[in-house]
Ligand binder design. Structure first.
Ligand SMILES: Nc1ncnc2c1ncn2[C@@H]1O[C@H](COP(=O)(O)OP(=O)(O)OP(=O)(O)O)[C@@H](O)[C@H]1O
Ligand SMILES: [Mg+2]
Length: 248
C-alpha cells in the first residue's frame, strides 16, 4: 500500500498502527450537499467525514440515490459543496473560486464515467493525447507509452471509438484520465456498461495501475465482486457513510 505515500511526522489525525503517519491525499470534513427541489433543499450528502491515503484503492457502494455520485463530484471539484470542507492534497476546494477549483481539478484529479465520453471523431491515440495538450505540458511520449501499454491499448491506438469494444473504450477513457499523473483517479461505475469479461479486464487494470504506479483510486460500484478488487470498501446509505470510513 501507499507506494507514493508522503511520510510525515505523526499527527493525531491519521496514525498507521506502529508506523509513521501518512497524510490523507483526500479528506472531507462534515461535508453536505443539498439540491434545490422546488422550494426545499434536499440533502444528498449529510455530514460526510471521509479520508483516503495516498496509494489507496477505495470502492464506494450503496443503494441507488444514497449520494455516491454526489460525493464523487464534490470531492472531484465537479460540483460545489453546500457545507463543510474538501481537502485535495492539502488544498481546500471549498475555499476556492470556480476558476481555481477547475485548475486544481485539471492538475490533481482524473475522472472516469460509466459512459466513456470519448470524442467520436478522434482515434484512441487522439483522445488520450488531447488530454496532455489541454493539461498544458504538451505530448509526453514516454508517459503515453507506459500508460497505453499498461492498459493493453498499443494495438488499438489508431482506431476511433466506434471501432473499439466497450472494454477498449473504457480503457482509453482510463488512459485519458491518468495520462497527466493525477493524484487521484475517481471512477463512477466504470464497469456499469460492460459485460462480465470486459468488467474483469478493466477492474484488473485499475488494480494494476494502483499496485504498479501507486495510483490512488476511488471507485463507485454496485457490484460486490468489483469492489472486492479494492483495499477498502466504503458503504453509504441516505447521504452518510455507514462503514469503512477510514483506512485503519
Ligand atoms: N442535480 C440534481 N438535482 C437534484 N437532485 C439531485 C441531483 N443529483 C442528484 N440528486 C439527488 O440526490 C440524491 C443522491 O443522488 P446521487 O446521484 O448522488 O446518488 P447515487 O448513489 O449516485 O445513485 P445511483 O446509484 O443511482 O447512481 C438522490 O436523491 C438524487 O435524486
Ligand atoms: Mg450515481
Amino acid at each position: 500500500m501507499a507506494i507514493a505515500a508522503t511520510i510525515r511526522q505523526p499527527t493525531e489525525e491519521c496514525i498507521l498502527p506502529g508506523l509513521f503517519s501518512v497524510e490523507a491525499i483526500l479528506k472531507t470534513e462534515n461535508l453536505w450537499k443539498l439540491y434545490r427541489a422546488g422550494k426545499v433543499d434536499v440533502p444528498a450528502l449529510r455530514g460526510i467525514n471521509f479520508e483516503v491515503l495516498p496509494g489507496e484503492a477505495v470502492a464506494v457502494m450503496g443503494p441507488s440515490g444514497c449520494g455516491k455520485s454526489s460525493l464523487l463530484y464534490v470531492i472531484g471539484g465537479l460540483a460545489q459543496a453546500s457545507r463543510g470542507r474538501v481537502l485535495v492534497d492539502g488544498n481546500d476546494l471549498t475555499a476556492m473560486s470556480d476558476a481555481e477549483r477547475t485548475k486544481l481539478r485539471r492538475h490533481k484529479i482524473g475522472f472516469v464515467f460509466q459512459r466513456f465520453n470519448l470524442l467520436p471523431t478522434l482515434t484512441a491515440q487522439g483522445n488520450i493525447a488531447i488530454a496532455q495538450y489541454i493539461h498544458g505540458d504538451g505530448f509526453d511520449p514516454h508517459r503515453f507509452d507506459v500508460v497505453t501499454k499498461m492498459l493493453g491499448l498499443d494495438g488499438r491506438l489508431h482506431h476511433k471509438p466506434s471501432e473499439l469494444s466497450g472494454g477498449e473504450q473504457q480503457r482509453v477513457a482510463i488512459a485519458r484520465a491518468i495520462i497527466n499523473e493525477p493524484k487521484i483517479l475517481l471512477a463512477d461505475e466504470p464497469t456499469g456498461n460492460l459485460d462480465t469479461k470486459n468488467s474483469e479486464i478493466v477492474l484488473a487494470m485499475l488494480r494494476q495501475l494502483n499496485k504498479d504506479l501507486g495510483q490512488t483510486v476511488v471507485m463507485i460500484t454496485h457490484n460486490p465482486e468489483a469492489a472486492s478488487y479494492f483495499d477498502r470498501i466504503v458503504h453509504m446509505r441516505d447521504g452518510v457513510i455507514v462503514d469503512g470510513v477510514s483506512a485503519d
